[in-house]
Design a protein around this ligand. Structure first.
Ligand code: SF4
Ligand code: SF4
Length: 352
């Protein structure tokens, strides 16, 4: 398995990491088999989150005897000192480990960024680091480029987890990824298959001819990893064939051909019609609706079955989708043709 160094940590990480968001969709036994096969296959980075239902428990049960063989990463939703401490203790318990290699502030949005610094969250993780309970601190940010920049410049984080796939080329690749890399902040690509969208699309006949022998998911992963600023991509996995495909990408690195890139972009174009990429171009909405966040929660509800968590997140928003006045200002700003008004109505019905 090919490895790359995660920023200044010096850790040699497999380019394919195990994204554990889908473990709640399979049994303990299936998880155990899959996770052990992943480690046997050369994966040495496993990423989960406190909010991924029983994902942490499954990892803990399956890999407790192999703890020294891999880097373990989890994410916490809390921002204040007390909440972070409480969640961290739970993560350690559920993961059945004495230490976690990387703990990230999960899905940081809006004013939450400042709260990490002002209300004790970062301080608490720093303390946990000194106690040896965690080794490094990171942050995951889905869609705010200014926040990503601030996080990189702050020097507070060893790793930055960003949503990055063939869909996101334009907004991240040119600027922020090299900046993070140059400053020694390790980059982990979450949602490298756009939340599974690039794994599910059947290839058109024409594209199948170009992408010889490899699935769209594999070519998409190769595309993400062709950006050398990225240390590791963490596709969500639950089926043995997904693991096998992903392992093959990491074990046999190769450059994509021009034809493959063209074919991939064609598929991205097809799959991307009307699909929210969380770019945030539609903001600000005059009613204060956090449009991309709402679509992301909906996709967590639909695609990962994280129903309670998605609903909780939605209900805790200051402004919900039903505040939409129908002004249509956002429609002109969305470069991807998302039917924002209609989709907000559906999301509200699902999540309220
Ligand atoms: S149509 Fe609704 S969501 Fe879009 S900008 Fe207007 S109020 Fe906001
Ligand atoms: S609705 Fe459109 S503009 Fe808004 S975040 Fe999604 S893709 Fe971007």
């Amino acid at each position: 398995m090919q490895k790359r160094t995660l920023g200044k940590t010096g850790w040699e990480i497999s380019v394919i990491g195990f994204g554990a968001i889908k473990l709640p969709l399979i049994s303990h036994k299936e998880s155990e088999i899959l996770l052990n096969k992943a480690l046997d296959g050369g994966i040495n980075f496993v990423d989960t989150a406190d909010c991924y239902s029983d994902s942490e428990e499954k990892i803990g049960r399956a890999l407790k005897e192999r703890r020294k063989e891999f880097y373990l990463s989890t994410k916490i939703d809390e921002r204040d000192g007390l909440g972070v401490r409480r969640k961290l203790e739970r993560c350690l318990r559920r993961l059945r480990t004495d230490w976690i290699d990387l703990v990230l502030f999960h899905d940081v949005r809006g004013s939450e960024y400042d709260r990490i610094f002002d209300s004790g969250g970062l301080e608490t993780l720093e303390k946990a680091r000194k106690e040896g309970k965690i080794l490094k601190i990171g942050i995951s940010i889905h869609n705010s480029l200014p926040m990503m920049r601030k996080a990189i410049e702050s020097g507070a984080f060893s790793a930055l987890m960003v949503a990055y796939s063939a869909f996101d080329e334009d907004r991240l690749a040119a600027d922020l990824l090299p900046m993070a890399h140059n400053r020694g902040v390790g980059l982990i690509a979450m949602k490298p298959l756009a939340g599974g969208r690039l794994a599910e699309r059947p290839l058109s006949h024409k594209n199948r001819r170009f992408i010889q022998g490899e699935s769209l998911a594999q070519v998409s992963l190769r595309y993400v990893l062709s950006n050398l600023n990225i240390t590791c991509a963490i596709p969500g996995m639950m089926k043995p064939y997904e693991l096998n495909e992903n392992l093959k990408v990491g074990r046999q690195p190769r450059k994509l051909t021009i034809e493959e890139i063209k074919a991939l972009m064609e598929c991205v174009g097809e799959a991307g019609k009307g699909f929210c990429r969380n770019c945030g171009y539609c903001l600000p909405c005059p009613e204060g609706i956090p449009i991309p966040d709402i679509f992301r929660f909906e996709s967590y509800y639909d695609r990962y079955n994280l129903r309670e968590w998605a609903r909780e997140q939605y209900r805790s928003l200051v402004v919900n989708a039903d505040a939409c006045s129908g002004c249509e200002q956002c429609l002109d700003l969305c470069p991807y043709g998302v039917s924002i008004r209609e989709k907000l109505k559906t999301a509200h019905r699902t999540l309220v």
